[in-house]
Structures are given as C-alpha cells and as structure tokens.
Ligand binder design. Structure first.
Ligand code: ATP
Length: 615
C-alpha cells in the first residue's frame, strides 16, 4: 500500500468496522452526510476508499441486489477525472461502496481551509469535472449529488467521486427522489420538486460548484434550506468572481429550466473549442478525453461493463475490480495523525502545464429572497439537516455548517408551552360577572395583564358592594402576583421554546449543573431533517459547569459548558472537533425522568435531538 496515500487517514474508532467484504479497513478518511469513508486495502493490496453508508437495508435479498445493481452503470466509468467505483456490497445490513482512493482534500475542504480558488484553478476544476460528468452521463449514470465535497483534488487534478450512490440509495428507497434535502445548496430546481430530474441536474450542480470554488461560498447562500431553495428557484447568482472564460457557460448551466442548460458533452465542446484559449491551458490528456466525450467518440479509458450482480441473498459477492488508472505517485510520508480534528492536507498543486496561484476572492453578495410558493412553501422552515455528528448525524466533516434550526422547529413554540397557554387563557378570559351592577370589562383592555382588565365600579354603587369588589380585586391581584412570580422566570427565558415540565424550584436560574442532571446518560440522536440516527452519551458533572459528550459512531469527544439554565433546562455550548460539529446544546428534563438533548447552531437549519436515559 502506498504510504503517501494512507498517511492522511485518521485512526479507526472503537465502533468502526475492521473488514468490509474483502477489504481490510485500516483508517478513517472522513464522514459525510450519507456515510463514513474508510481507508481500506483490497485483496491485491491496493489502497481504496470504502464508503460505509449510514442507511440500513431491510433483510430482503432484493434490497441488496437492487443496491448493487443500481451501481452497475457507475462501475463502468473510469473517466480521466473520476474516482472510479470499484466495488459495492452489503455487510450485514449496511451497504458500502468501494472507490478509487484519491490523495487530496475535497474542494470543500480546501476552500474552507484556504479560501476561494483563483481563476486558473477554477478553470482546471471546471474542465476536469465536466470531463468526469460527461463520462458519467455517457455511461448512462447520473451523479445527482455533485458538490464541492465530492470533488477531490488529487495530485493529478480534480476527481469526481460518489457518482451512482444517490441512485443506489433511491433504488432501496433509502433516498426517495424529490425528498426534502438536508443541504440543497447545489441542487437544481427540478431536484427540489422531484420532477424531471436528469443529467441536466448535474450540469446545474457543476456550475454551482464552480461558483463555490471562485467565491468561497455556496451560490445561493447557506442559511435555511427553505431560503436557499427559494433562491435556487428564483434567483440568478452573481458570476463576477468567475474567470471570463467560464462566465457565459456557467450562466447557461444555471438556467432554471433543465431544457435550457447545455448537456455535459456540450459543456466540453464549448470549454475546449479550438478557438478558445482555455484548452491550451489544460493538460493535453484531459483535452483529448474531453474532446472525445464532446464528440461522442469512445474515450480511451472507458472500462468494460461490470457484470450484473446476482440477486442472491447475503452479502453481494465481491467482484473483481475493473482496471483503473495507475495509482498517483506516492507522497512523502507524513506523521501519523492523532485522533480529533482531521489534519489539513497539503494544498493542491496543479500539475503542469498549469501553475495555480491560490488567490483569495471576495465574499458573494446575498440575493434577495422572494416569497415562497408551492411546492416549496411546504418545505417552509422545515429543516433539512447535517450531521456533524454532532451536528446532525454528527456526520460531518463536511462542508457547510448549518441554517435555520431544525431542532427548534421540532420543539414547542412559546404559544405551545403549557404554562404559557395557561397564562394566556387567564389574560384572555372575560372576568367573571360576580357583582351585579358592574360594568362589563372594556373590550380594548382585555389584552395585557389581568390587573388592567379589572372592571370599573359604577357610580352610586352601595358600599357593601364596593367592599366585596375591593376584596375580590385584592384577591385577583394576589393571584396574579403569584402566577406572575411562577411564570415570569419561564417566560423570560431566552430560549423561545421554554423548559419542559417544571415546578417552582425548577424555574430558578442556576449557575452550576443541578444534581438532577448529574451522571451519565445515553440515547440515540436523530437528525431532524434526514432521520439519520447515531448514539450519544453525555456525562454531567453535578455542581460543576461542564459535561462530556461522546459520539461513539463518529469517534468524537466534546465538552459541554453551561451558558445559563434553570433547574429544569440547561443551555450549553458544545466544543468538539471534526468530523463532529460544535454548536449549542439545550438539555431539558422530561416528566418521565429522561432528558431531551437538542443540538442547534446559529444560522443553521441542521439539528438533531435525542432522549437520554440515565445509565
Ligand atoms: N475516494 C476517496 N479518496 C480519498 N478520500 C475520500 C474519498 N472519498 C471520500 N473521501 C474523504 O472522505 C470525506 C467524506 O467523504 P463523503 O463523500 O462522505 O463526504 P461528503 O461528500 O461531504 O458527504 P456525502 O457525499 O455523504 O454527502 C471527504 O471529504 C474526503 O476527505
């Protein structure tokens, strides 16, 4: 195994597989929305990337064969700029996809760590990934999840990975077409509605990805999925940061109507046209392959079709990997990476003939947000997700952080809080007509406080009536004061959802973690948008201000620090390393003795929540 290709892997965590099919698993490469990627070694000793998907297949043999069969078109592809799909299988009920290992960061990682790319790099990525997409489409496959996280920047240039995975997940109903996506940033308008999805969706995502490379930000913003989706459907992003050579073709590729977009072959034809200087700045091999794909000629590197998988029960047979390109030259060995945050990889160097300056670009301007209309209104605010592990399925070392808070939406709003409802009912209720002869309450004063809604006395009322009225008034005032003392601390909480069931002492502010929270609690968190689940374990230090959060699936350990709280609800900040995501945690005591544990992040729609039980 070439050491240079394996040095960037993180150590395996306790719950990680040691073997998947015929592949020895030796390290972790990263975690994405749909699965964890491991460094593996096949029977021939060649290093590979094995993506173990989070989804669990039903025990039905047909689900296994459907999954592997859906990847068959993708396995035919070994284009110049593709990370080839070498194999696929199912281990127990978890499907995995074996891909060519690429020694380099994803475009998302590189931009996140080093900023936007300069024009020469964006051009190189544009042509290379267009070559890959044309090869994918020519093989009858679709990518459908083309994004900066799936463009790997290897020593020999960009390589597109993960093609075919979306379709395979759809084939086992793990990923219904047209679903509400967690991160729609690079999705085409038709993907949001689920109608008319085809190769043109990949072309749209290609253009959006290039804008990310040039600007350092997703072209339609990175706030709530609902807002991003509106912009995808209605707005045209600013193309000013793109190199001149790409602006027009990217603009066309971003057409809202898929029929108006160029095909991937047409993209290549335009990018590599004889009268364009762009071709002269690209490696000759890339140009040759691109032109062959543009004209429909069979590219030299296309592989023989992989055999169809047998629809037999049990793990899919490991098929012999089709020949792929030679492995990239090994890099200098690096020191083994410690657990925790993934180390930044080497900046990508563009091979000859292109030398790429790593320049910065300015931030893009946000687009105005038009009103939501059906069918997107149905998504309104419905978050769609992440994981970082601790962020959503904590699954993510990925790219963008989050948006409008899914966890928040899953919680009762203030109006839904039982205590608040009680108070509102009191304030809104008409005062009882206890004293004959009193005027009714002034309608305009019924809202607000109970004190203001007290009825006025009529002139000339008998003294004893006045005495009774005053007594009742005092009684009401005392009652209101008691209610206000109990409810006010809850109503004043910053957190709009308010705490869960509580009593008077539970509502009091605390500076340390109350004893009721102390100890170790375990549960399964669910990503509020994607439904992905993952275990979480939290140990609170009663009387202290911190807690330890462990996400075993992702191998993350984080520290929770108390920001504020009451006897029944704590607001804490989570400090945690990648692939998990830092954020805010709200822990609320439930009536049944369990804890509600909710992750959110300002400006993010991703979220996850768990019910924790004491161990
Ligand atoms: N073929 C590969 N070779 C080397 N590293 C890889 C390969 N595929 C993925 N990785 C690494 O694993 C990380 C996670 O990949 P993954 O595809 O799961 O992330 P993602 O694209 O953000 O999420 P997803 O595709 O599930 O939505 C990548 O950022 C990359 O660092």
């Amino acid at each position: 195994m070439a050491e240079g290709l394996t040095a960037g892997a993180l150590p395996l965590q306790p719950g990680d597989p040691r073997r998947l099919g015929e592949y020895d698993i030796t390290g972790r490469l990263g975690v994405g929305e749909h699965g964890a990627v491991f460094l593996g070694g096949g029977p021939d000793g060649r290093p590979v990337a094995v993506k173990l998907l989070h989804v669990r297949l039903s025990g039905e043999p047909v689900a296994r064969s459907r999954f592997t069969a859906a990847l068959a078109p993708a396995r035919k592809i070994s284009g110049f700029c593709c990370a080839a799909v070498l194999d696929a299988g199912v281990e127990r009920d978890r499907p995995y996809v074996v891909g060519e290992l690429v020694d380099g960061p994803s475009l998302h990682q590189l931009v996140a760590e080093e900023g936007p790319r300069g024009g020469a790099v964006v051009e190189r990525i544009a042509v290379g990934t267009a070559v890959a997409l044309a090869a994918v489409h020519r093989a009858g496959a679709l990518h459908l999840d083309f994004k900066p996280g799936n463009v790997l920047l290897g020593p020999d240039g960009p390589r597109v990975c993960d093609f075919g995975v979306t379709r395979a997940l759809e084939a086992v109903n793990a990923f219904p077409a047209g679903r509400v996506v967690e991160d729609p940033a690079y999705q085409a308008p038709e993907q949001l509605s689920g109608i008319g999805i085809g190769p043109a969706a990949d072309v749209f995502a290609w253009a959006a990805t290039l804008l990310f490379a040039a600007t350092g930000a997703p072209p339609f913003g990175d706030d709530s999925p609902a807002e991003v989706m509106q912009r995808i459907v209605y707005d045209d992003p600013d193309l000013a940061e793109l190199p001149d050579s790409l602006r027009e073709v990217v603009s066309d590729a971003l057409a809202k109507d898929p029929a108006d977009r160029p095909t991937s072959a047409a993209l290549l034809e335009r990018l590599l046209a004889e009268d364009e200087s762009l071709a002269g700045r690209m490696p000759a091999e890339m140009v040759a392959e691109g032109r062959a794909l543009a004209t429909g000629a069979v590219p030299a590197r296309e592989r023989a079709p992989a055999p169809e998988p047998a629809p037999a029960p049990g793990p899919a047979p490991v098929r012999e990997a089709a020949p792929v390109r030679e492995a990239a030259p090994p890099r200098e060995p690096e020191a083994a990476s410690p657990p925790g945050p993934a180390p930044a990889r080497e900046p990508v160097e563009t091979p000859e003939p292109v030398r790429v300056p790593l320049t910065k670009a300015t931030e893009p301007t946000a687009s105005p947000v038009p009103a939501l209309t059906a069918p997107y209104a149905a998504l309104g605010g419905a978050p769609a997700r992440e994981d970082g592990s601790p962020e959503g399925a904590a699954v993510t070392r990925r790219d963008n952080p989050v948006q409008d808070d899914g966890a928040t939406q899953a919680l009762p709003a203030v109006a839904g809080d039982p205590a608040d409802a009680q108070a509102t009912a009191m304030f809104d209720a008409s005062p009882p007509d206890l004293i004959p002869g009193l005027d009714p309450v002034e309608p305009g004063r019924r809202e607000g406080t109970a004190v203001l809604t007290l009825p006025k006395l009529r002139r000339g009322t008998h003294n004893h009536v006045l005495g009774v009225a005053l007594s009742l008034t005092i009684g009401v005032l005392v009652g209101v004061a008691i209610i206000a003392l109990v409810l006010w601390p809850q109503l004043r909480e910053d957190d709009p959802e308010g705490p869960g069931p509580s009593n008077g002492s539970d509502a009091q502010a605390v500076r340390t973690i109350p004893g009721a929270f102390g100890g170790t609690w375990k549960g399964t968190a669910t990503n509020t948008a994607s439904g992905v689940t993952f275990p979480v374990e939290v140990t609170f230090e009663a009387g202290g201000t911190t807690a330890r959060a462990v996400y075993p699936k992702e191998g993350c350990n984080g520290t929770l620090t108390l920001a504020r709280g009451t006897g029944s609800s704590l607001q804490m900040t989570l400090d945690i390393a990648k692939p998990c995501s830092a954020g805010n945690i709200r822990v609320t005591r439930n009536g049944d003795g369990s804890l509600r544990y909710e992750w959110s992040k300002p400006g993010s729609a991703r979220g996850y929540a768990a019910t924790l039980r004491k161990t």
